[in-house]
Design a protein around this ligand. Structure first.
Ligand SMILES: Nc1ncnc2c1ncn2[C@@H]1O[C@H](COP(=O)(O)OP(=O)(O)OP(=O)(O)O)[C@@H](O)[C@H]1O
Ligand SMILES: [Mg+2]
Length: 310
């Protein structure tokens, strides 16, 4: 049973009254996704549609598969209590990892690109759900730079103690930004690492439910290395582009890949299946039906033999 604290309702009301980009921050299990869902429902009920959700949580994704940042646009009032995970995905951006560490640039760019797209397509309210990575160091930097880049109208800060205060101190006097400090609901539940891994596996499995192994013509593709490099590269000579034959190497077995068009927009994701002996054909397990626009194969940073191992 979802119980919304008073401070949550206040913040939602402020967003309805004064629409804009809304960034939701908090540690893992602080209630970010629950708040986003409640805000989306209330905004839609009160006529703020189309409304966009950008799910920048690449680990515990609700929209799109894990390892991607995803955009869903709500064009009509949702049925009550509808699961956000059932919203169709309007755009994806493949990151290739389930934590932003090592992929901070890709993660920031993805979020910015999808927020801009949502605004361009007419969503006055854009709710940005984020990962729980808020610790000093990488988490602090990522969140600060994300706010610098997105220039949100509202910042929703869900904190148990004062874990967001260093960041909020920096942002306290920023013109045009309203910070809403929200308490964590007493009903919030801490999910274990095993539960999180299971949830990810379920989300991957749902995405790949109708996947087939499809051939891609290697000579029509550019193959981009993962941003953290690839297992066969020499540290002193990293390569950003990979020849198709490289994907036959042991380190690439069942690696996650992004299937991107010429503009580097993600059309779908896949799992590397095999490369033909003559290296002319790269076979990928993917639910994407139409692969003719795929021109960039972005190699990810996670491999799995079974989807549950992701
Ligand atoms: N107001 C609430 N009422 C009832 N349950 C809640 C509430 N807030 C959070 N929860 C429960 O607590 C758990 C964590 O909440 P939620 O998934 O929204 O957190 P999160 O910050 O998005 O976590 P993550 O960083 O892992 O994505 C969930 O099981 C959720 O249903
Ligand atoms: Mg969440």
């Amino acid at each position: 049973m979802i119980a919304l604290p008073e401070s949550w309702l206040h913040a939602i009301d402020a967003v309805v009254q004064d629409p804009g980009i809304v960034v939701v921050l908090g540690a893992s299990n602080s209630g970010k996704t629950t708040w986003v869902k409640a805000a989306a429902e209330e905004c839609a009920q009160r006529g703020r549609i189309p409304l966009a959700i950008v799910d920048a949580d690449i680990g515990q994704s609700t929209i799109g598969p894990p390892a991607t940042v995803a955009l869903a646009v709500l064009k009509e009032k949702p049925e009550p209590a509808r699961d956000l995970a059932l919203l169709p995905t309007d755009a994806l951006f493949f990151i290739g990892a389930v934590s932003p560490r090592g992929h901070l640039l890709q993660h920031l760019v993805a979020t910015k690109v999808l927020v801009d797209r949502a605004v361009r397509h007419g969503s006055a309210v854009v709710l940005v759900d984020t990962t729980g990575l808020i610790e000093q160091g990488a988490g602090f930097q990522l969140k600060l730079r994300k706010i610098d880049l997105l220039t949100p109208r509202h910042l929703i800060a869900l904190q148990r103690n004062e874990e967001l205060e260093p960041l909020l101190t920096v942002l306290g006097h920023r013109p045009g930004l309203t910070i809403h400090r929200l308490e964590i609901s007493p009903s919030s539940r801490v999910r274990t690492a095993a539960e999180r891994a299971r949830y990810r596996a379920v989300r991957f499995a749902a995405y790949f439910a109708n996947a087939k192994v499809l051939p891609l013509e290697a000579n029509r593709l550019v193959i981009l290395s993962s941003p953290i490099g690839h297992p066969l590269s020499r540290k002193d000579r990293p390569s950003s582009l990979l020849p198709p034959g490289m994907l036959r190497g042991e380190g690439f077995t069942r690696i996650l890949v992004g299937l991107n068009n010429a503009a580097n927009e993600t059309l779908g994701i896949g799992v590397l299946h095999s490369v033909s002996e003559d290296m002319k054909e790269i076979r990928v397990l993917t639910p994407l039906e139409e692969t003719s626009a795929v021109q960039i194969l972005q190699v990810g940073s996670i491999r799995f033999n079974r989807l549950e191992e992701a």
